[in-house]
Design a protein around this ligand. Structure first.
Ligand code: IPM
Ligand code: MN
Length: 343
């Protein structure tokens, strides 16, 4: 039976993760869940971000369910780099999966797009690119200061994430992969991505392909988001594009994500894209849908596609039945989702 590590984290993280657990328990009774205190609370109490003992214990789990990390009391960047990005690197979570779906019953800020019309997933590379930390600076705090930030791209890293995107496309109805990069300017990395894409594409003759520059995709995400099915791109492009994707599908309040090691050699992390929202923490009004959708991704990753689908269907029912602008009670939404998903 699956072993899940639960990192509720800060702010509304605790509240939404409790609902995600409720839903997982409802569809997959017998899962063991172990809680770990990580995030601003641990950091402020002990100065630690990811103690080594915790890291080795996390490694013994199949997946990590994470709520939200961060608090205004912690300097920006500390927990992001020390915890979220560190987990991606040490657990080789090279597929950063971010579905973008305009659910029936929800509305997009894009007036020309109707519910149900947007349904794509971004496969964002998660362990390389500009996030690899290569670079340096010279002549700090002088007028001659120079800083470089290098994007690391390996054939191995690019090929495996592209192959994952094709495999995902093959399991979807439209079977289309869009490669997004900036090959007209980024001659080295762009060429590597384009040539690798060409090579992998030959293995998937039933998948339609296209290439788009990242700036063009930023525009099409607003004018024609319906056109995408599976998008594969590098780490930073994917970071930016998925925020736009979340915005056009009803906001980050509904957006789920998985930082995945597809081979399951290491645990994958599943978390809502939203933050810890300290302003509404403790009030019981945070929407747990993004956390529950992240749990649905977790179930799929652990080999429970039917349970995953039932959770997503419960979310569809929940969102379709909501009155526009109606207030949300975290616990009640969690109860309804658990009941629907297990029925
Ligand atoms: C995300 C976040 C992270 C990222 C930050 C918090 C390091 O924006 O998960 O998209 O840039 O990847
Ligand atoms: Mn981001």
């Amino acid at each position: 039976m699956a072993r899940i590590a639960v990192v509720a984290g800060d702010g509304i993280g605790t509240e939404v993760v409790a609902q995600a657990r409720k839903v997982i328990d409802a569809v997959l009774p017998g899962v063991t869940a172990t809680e770990y205190e990580l995030g601003a609370s641990l950091y402020n109490r002990t100065g630690e971000i990811l103690p080594e003992s915790v890291q080795s214990e996390l490694a013994e789990h199949d997946a990590i369910l994470l709520g939200a990390i961060g608090d205004p009391s912690v300097p920006p960047g500390v927990l992001e780099r020390g915890l979220l990005l560190k987990l991606r690197f040490v657990f080789d979570q090279y597929v950063n999966l971010r579905p973008a779906r305009l659910w029936p019953g929800t509305s997009s800020p894009l007036a020309h797009v109707k519910a149900g019309e947007i349904d794509f997933v971004v496969v964002r590379e998660g362990t390389e690119g500009l996030y690899a930390g290569a670079g340096g600076s010279l002549h700090r705090d002088t007028p001659a200061e120079v800083a470089t930030e290098e994007s690391l791209n390996t054939r191995h890293g690019v090929e495996r994430v592209i192959r994952d995107a094709f495999a995902r496309a093959q399991r979807r109805e439209r079977r289309k992969v869009t490669l997004v990069h900036k090959t007209n300017v980024l001659a080295h990395a762009g060429s590597l991505w384009a040539r690798t894409f060409e090579a992998v594409r030959a293995e998937f003759p039933d998948v339609e392909t296209e290439y788009q520059h990242v700036d063009a995709m930023a525009m099409f995400l607003v004018t024609q988001p319906q056109r995408y099915d599976v998008v594969v791109t590098d780490n930073l492009f994917g970071d930016i594009l998925t925020d736009i994707a979340a915005a056009v599908t009803g906001g980050i309040g509904l957006a789920a994500s998985g930082s995945i090691n597809p081979e399951r050699r290491f645990p994958s992390t599943f978390e809502p894209v939203h933050g810890s929202a300290p302003d509404i923490a403790g009030k019981g009004i945070a929407d747990p849908v993004a956390a529950v959708l992240s749990a649905s991704l977790l179930l799929d990753h652990l080999g429970h596609p039917d349970e995953s689908r039932r959770v997503a269907e419960a979310v569809a029912v929940e969102l379709a039945s909501r009155a526009p602008g109606a207030a949300v009670r975290t616990e009640e939404v969690g109860d309804r989702l658990a009941a629907h998903a297990s029925a």
